[in-house]
Design a protein around this ligand. Structure first.
Ligand code: FES
Length: 139
């Protein structure tokens, strides 16, 4: 009877330690993939137009969330939310393919934010921008 009590106690200890280890290991991964929220990031942002070459993307904080500015190979400027519309991971820019890839479930988006493949139900949200005197104003 006493051994059974010890076994149960040890079982509870091992289960608790396993759960704590899983949370400790998983939390950094969750923080990396989860969209940033909060007060960080301006609601209007000015980026010098010369900072971006054709085919490149620049990620930044905008209104408390991750966003991206791209200059297409044809020279068009597009600002988009970088938060995947599936489950909210941050998309990555694949320069060779000129498209966005979501690292979580393989969602793919074009340079205008349209869904090219994978589970995302909607395009990436567009952010308005204006270009004046060599500066790109986002928002
Ligand atoms: S969160 Fe982007 S594809 Fe699932």
């Amino acid at each position: 009877m006493e051994n059974e009590g010890r076994r149960k106690f040890l079982g509870v200890c091992v289960a608790g330690a396993t759960a704590a280890a899983a949370v400790a290991a998983g939390y950094p991964v969750f923080r990396y993939l989860a969209p940033r929220t909060g007060q960080g990031g301006a609601a209007k942002l000015v980026i010098p137009a010369g900072e971006l070459k054709e085919g490149d993307a620049k990620f930044f904080e905008f209104a408390g969330s991750s966003a991206v500015l791209i200059k297409t190979k044809t020279g068009e400027l597009v600002a988009l939310s970088a938060v995947c519309t599936h489950l909210g991971c941050i998309v990555q820019w694949v320069k060779e393919k000129q498209q966005f890839l979501c690292p979580c479930h393989g969602g793919q988006f074009s340079t205008d934010g349209s869904v090219l493949g994978g589970p995302p139900p909607r395009p990436l949200a567009k952010i308005p921008l204006t270009v004046t005197e060599g500066n790109i104003t986002i928002g």
